[in-house]
Write a protein that binds this ligand. Structure first.
Ligand SMILES: NC(=O)c1ccc[n+]([C@@H]2O[C@H](COP(=O)([O-])OP(=O)(O)OC[C@H]3O[C@@H](n4cnc5c(N)ncnc54)[C@H](O)[C@@H]3O)[C@@H](O)[C@H]2O)c1
Length: 260
């Protein structure tokens, strides 16, 4: 549908959940997908699923919070594609973690960990990919933010502000590279089930006697929670040529929960 043949895509955090669905969709559209994750077994499983469908992928271990690890992973992607200087055509910054606690109860180390993965990780991967994209005159960067980045929620201070930061970075970078053929957009998923992060958030909520996502899901206008593939389809649109005149946007994927 979007014809991503001959494109190289990097998807961080694609050992499962939303990232895996994105990697599978991009591969199904013809892209060669580098599955980057700290969880190398899960990354390898994603690659197996993609190859079983007859598409192309490789698994590469990375810690997105570590500049050296990110640099090594991008060099490996380039080697895999047979050109030491080549930048990916598509970069999806999806790796992310969550915590549920009031601001006053959040340990400083936990706050820093959330920002290290959710914000610094996006920054480091953009830094690794942008010079090559700019030199080539083309590239698509899609950052996975959250609807919690657009609205504050009690007990989500760290997560919510990290996801707002992702949108700030998306807009600033989008302007820096707009004239170089590089598009930078974000998506803001709502309540997406079948992911580890969702399970972690629900377990933490139960411990604090807070409502779980399943209970809150009744408020979704479409009457259902989201699935990873609901996000993957929009990301694939943003990775393909149909979205060439879009940049700096933060697109909600929430079943109608959020409309701005
Ligand atoms: N599930 C939801 O309801 C929801 C809603 C809005 C936004 N999101 C965002 O979607 C993205 C994907 O989350 P998910 O729900 O699929 O969760 P998930 O836990 O299934 O996926 C996150 C992935 O990131 C990887 N990861 C974590 N830290 C890493 C690191 N330092 N280096 C490399 N990889 C690392 C994990 O191993 C995991 O595979 C996240 O950015 C999350 O914040 C999720």
């Amino acid at each position: 549908m979007y014809d991503l043949k001959d494109r190289t895509a990097v998807v961080t955090g694609s050992a499962g959940g939303i990232g895996r669905a994105i990697a599978r969709r991009l591969a199904a559209e013809g892209a060669a997908v580098a599955v980057l994750d700290a969880n190398t077994d899960g990354a390898q499983e994603t690659v197996s699923l993609i190859r079983e469908a007859g598409d192309d992928a490789t698994a590469i271990g990375v810690d997105v919070t570590d500049p050296d690890s990110v640099e090594r992973a991008f060099a490996e992607v380039a080697r895999w594609r047979g050109d030491a200087d080549v930048a990916p055509d598509i970069l999806v910054n999806n790796a992310g973690i969550i915590t549920v606690s009031r601001v006053e109860d959040t340990p400083v180390e936990e706050w820093r960990k959330i920002f290290a993965v959710n914000v610094e990780g996006v920054f480091l991967c953009c830094k690794a990919a942008v010079p090559g994209m700019r030199a080539r005159g083309s590239g698509k960067i899609i950052n996975i933010s959250s609807w919690f980045g657009k609205i504050g929620k009690p007990n989500y201070g760290a997560y919510s502000s990290s996801k707002a930061a992702v949108m700030g970075l998306t807009q600033s970078l989008a302007m820096e590279v707009a004239a170089d053929g590089v598009n930078v957009n974000a998506v803001c998923p709502g309540t997406i089930f079948e992911t580890k992060l969702r399970d972690v958030a629900d377990a933490m909520s139960r411990d604090l006697n807070l409502s779980t996502a399943e209970e809150r899901a009744k408020a979704i206008p479409m009457g259902r929670v989201g699935k990873p593939d609901d996000v993957a389809r929009v990301v694939t649109f943003l990775a393909g040529p149909e979205s060439d005149y879009m940049t700096g946007q933060s697109v909600n994927i929430t079943g109608g929960l959020l409309m701005h």
